[in-house]
Design a protein around this ligand. Sequence first.
Ligand SMILES: C[S@@+](CC[C@H](N)C(=O)[O-])C[C@H]1O[C@@H](n2cnc3c(N)ncnc32)[C@H](O)[C@@H]1O
Length: 223
Amino acid sequence: MGGLATSYLESGDPTGWFDALYREADGHPESIPWAELATHPYVVDWLDDPVVQPPGRRAIVVGCGLGDDAAELARRGFEVVAFDVSEAAVDWARTRVGADGIDWHTADLLAIPGEWHGAFDLVIEVRTVQSLPGVVRDAAMQAIGSLVAPGGVVVAVTLVATDADTARDWAGPPWAQAPSELAAYRAAGLERVALEHPDPQGEAAMEVRLTLKRPAAGLPLIG
Ligand SMILES: C[S@@+](CC[C@H](N)C(=O)[O-])C[C@H]1O[C@@H](n2cnc3c(N)ncnc32)[C@H](O)[C@@H]1O
């Protein structure tokens, strides 16, 4: 995976390797290193006990991969848009999971359709930002922020290093994000509600769950 990613990165294409990997896998999930074929436990746990309630039922899944997080949201009654930069992944996910309650799209987070801006009450991002090289991660987090409606919520699951030096030296993909990188969400107008993770127990990096919220629009001023 590292060699494939590097060759695309060196040619100036930070995301092209995903589609190549899904195509080469040819329907065999065991060839996709991150494919668990299950909703991420952090997402299940969050949906069972939301840290903060989204204001409505419009949800979007960023970098949906083989579709299990989208399937879980649809099962719970959300109107779901799920997208991935890889057409092969989206076709595969649609075939696996079906289209009931889910609108599948091939789309690039770094160039999202205008009609998605501010359109979602709940944005789920699981392990997409960490799979992108440092040069585009800020833009990716800004784009995730731009999807959120006023009062809406982002749940992001990502690998975070315990300090900046460890993050810089981390060989990826996935790359461990530096703790300071997460500030990009604040620059996108989101407030941090919670940052949850297991006890690091001396690990150099850990998977965290970050919950963020876009403040609701203020009441119109009278007079
Ligand atoms: C590490 S995988 C995680 C997939 C899924 N979220 C999961 O946890 O199983 C990252 C996913 O993000 C997708 N991806 C990477 N860059 C993207 C981009 N710019 N826009 C949309 N999807 C992207 C990849 O194709 C891949 O499916």
